[in-house]
Design a protein around this ligand. Structure first.
Ligand code: SF4
Length: 186
């Protein structure tokens, strides 16, 4: 199965009630050969309008942080745990996350990234149920020949400007991890 085929399934998906209020599902975008995958929480209003991930205010912050770390968005794959926008940007509930998770798993299987960056608490809890973001943020967790790395969701800066330098520094560390892992890969 290809990423495009998964994306077509997502666009037609009615597995949870979020399909009723979405304008566009947001499967994710980027390289199918990406060594680094970024996973956020769920689409926001602008993402829902455009059907693309991280294109709103949080997306601008993410782009700036990626640029700071010399990470090129076109080399990555960017998606979210839940592919349709929860109304009023609320946190996706457990049923919605359970309904949607098979798409993310299949995207990971196809891309097989060496490093997965989890943006925010919902993405972190999807992979590490008991982890606390304050304890694991900025650290590399190696599991099954893959590195997981967690930082705050870029939208957190909108509410707490002091997190900007933290996220920027984490992105710089993430870039180092990707380079290290790629060197070990050859
Ligand atoms: S959020 Fe996921 S499970 Fe729910 S309708 Fe959208 S694609 Fe389907």
């Amino acid at each position: 199965m290809s990423l495009n085929e998964i994306a077509e399934e997502i666009k037609a998906c009615k597995l949870c009630p979020l399909h009723k209020s979405r304008k566009n599902a947001v499967p994710g975008e980027g390289s199918s050969k990406a060594k680094l995958m970024l996973i956020g929480e769920a689409p926001g209003v602008e993402e829902d309008e455009q059907g693309r991930p991280f294109v709103g205010r949080a997306g601008k912050i993410l782009n700036d942080a990626l640029r700071f770390a010399n990470l090129d968005r076109k080399d990555l794959f960017i998606t979210s745990v839940v592919k349709c926008r929860p109304p009023y940007n609320r946190v996706p509930n457990i049923e919605e996350r359970k309904a949607c998770i098979s798409y993310l798993k299949r995207q990971i299987d196809v891309i097989n990234p060496k490093v997965i960056c989890l943006l925010g608490n919902i993405a972190l809890k999807t992979f590490f149920k008991k982890a606390s973001i304050s304890k694991v943020r900025g650290k590399a967790i190696e599991m099954y020949d893959r590195i997981y790395f967690c930082t705050y969701h870029p939208a957190a800066i909108l509410y707490n400007l002091s997190l900007k330098s933290v996220i920027y520094e984490d992105m710089r560390r993430l870039k180092e991890l990707v380079e290290k892992f790629m060197v070990n890969d050859y």
